[in-house]
Design a protein. Structure first.
Ligand code: HSE
Length: 329
């Protein structure tokens, strides 16, 4: 049985808990924390009861147990860090991740802040401590994009990556064009459905997409870049009239992120795209075209946001570590 400590019990954390309850997967949760409380139980936490408490608007555990107590005191093999992203400091996730690595525990995270801010430092610490640091869920939700690029496309030179990286913006643009919703109505829906970041300005100002470009550039393409290197425009100023104008020409508007390593291009901006273009996907779908020298062009499409979909990527990383662990023991 793989023991995990789960930090963050919002949309993603609850999705992970529900998947474990339904499917087992050889995973038991021995530590759990939300922003207000925590639980530590080496014999396995009752996830149904914790989900019920959240449903009633209560904390998931005891107010006198903090997330850092869970990191330092619980018995676990893998820390699963799915708290909300903070792009300025990456805290509290950075402290959680460093604490777990220093204890010799593997880490799986969906939290973009620590990976965008200090991937080289965290990866070096993981290697020093002989453990894995996995972060597939940080980019494009359910699409196993990082693993596809690092493993499936190993040996290729990636010449360009271009796509839709933010499910919330895509949802908003789709709902505005298809249903004539205002920007505010569509954003409120995306928040209610658990797609948006805790701070939704990250989504609509293109910050979330830009962070994902930084993570790909830094961890897959070997570029040393930060958020400041990304030229960025969001969708906050897009009007229904602009969408209608695009519509009149059989086009639509999508928030597109692009990396061209050879030319130093890192860019996020709304673009007018023909409706037949492969990157024009609906709702919370993400679509990413990866251009390579050996494999040619590949386009990946899948849900980029959502509780279950993001949980899928986290669970894939947990099971990756579980399989290595079992093989080596
Ligand atoms: N808020 C993000 C999005 C979640 O909408 O794409 C997944 O990173």
């Amino acid at each position: 049985m793989t023991r995990i400590a789960l930090l963050g019990f919002g949309s993603v954390g609850q999705g992970i808990a529900r998947a474990i309850l339904e499917k087992g997967l050889g995973i038991t949760v021995t530590g759990l924390a939300d922003s207000r409380s925590g639980v530590i139980d080496a014999s396995g936490i009752d996830l149904s009861a914790a989900l019920d408490r959240k449903e009633r608007g209560e904390p998931c555990g005891n107010l006198d147990i903090s997330s850092m107590d869970v990191v330092e005191e619980a018995e676990y093999d893998i820390l699963v860090e799915v708290t909300p992203t903070d792009v300025e400091t990456a805290e509290p996730a950075l402290g959680h991740i460093r604490g777990a690595l220093q204890r010799g525990r593997h880490v799986v995270t969906s939290n973009k802040g620590p990976i965008a801010l200090d991937y080289p430092g965290l990866q070096a610490l993981a290697e020093e401590c002989g453990v894995f640091l996995r972060y597939e869920a940080t980019v494009c939700g359910a699409i196993p994009l990082i693993r596809a690029m690092q493993e499936g496309l190993a040996g290729n030179t990636i010449t360009r990556i271009c796509g839709v990286f933010n499910g919330t913006c895509n949802y908003i643009l789709t709902r505005m064009a298809a249903e004539g919703l205002t920007y505010e109505q569509a954003l409120a829906e995306a928040r209610d459905l658990g797609y948006a970041e805790a701070d939704p300005t990250y989504d609509v100002e293109g910050i979330d997409a830009a962070i994902k470009l930084v993570i790909l550039a830094d961890t897959v393409l070997g570029m040393r870049v930060t958020l400041d290197d990304v030229e960025r425009t969001g969708i906050t100023l897009l009007s229904p009239e602009a969408l209608q104008l695009a519509e009149d020409q059989d086009c639509t508007i999508r928030l597109i992120g692009e990396i061209v390593p050879g030319a130093g291009v890192l860019q996020v901006s709304p673009r007018i795209v023909a409706k037949t273009h492969p990157l024009v996907v609906e709702g919370t779908l993400n679509a990413v075209t990866v251009e390579t020298d050996l494999a040619g062009d590949l386009t990946f499409i899948g849900k980029g946001a959502g509780s279950t979909e993001t949980a899928s990527a986290v669970i894939g990383d947990i099971l990756y570590i579980q399989s290595r662990h079992v093989q080596s023991s």
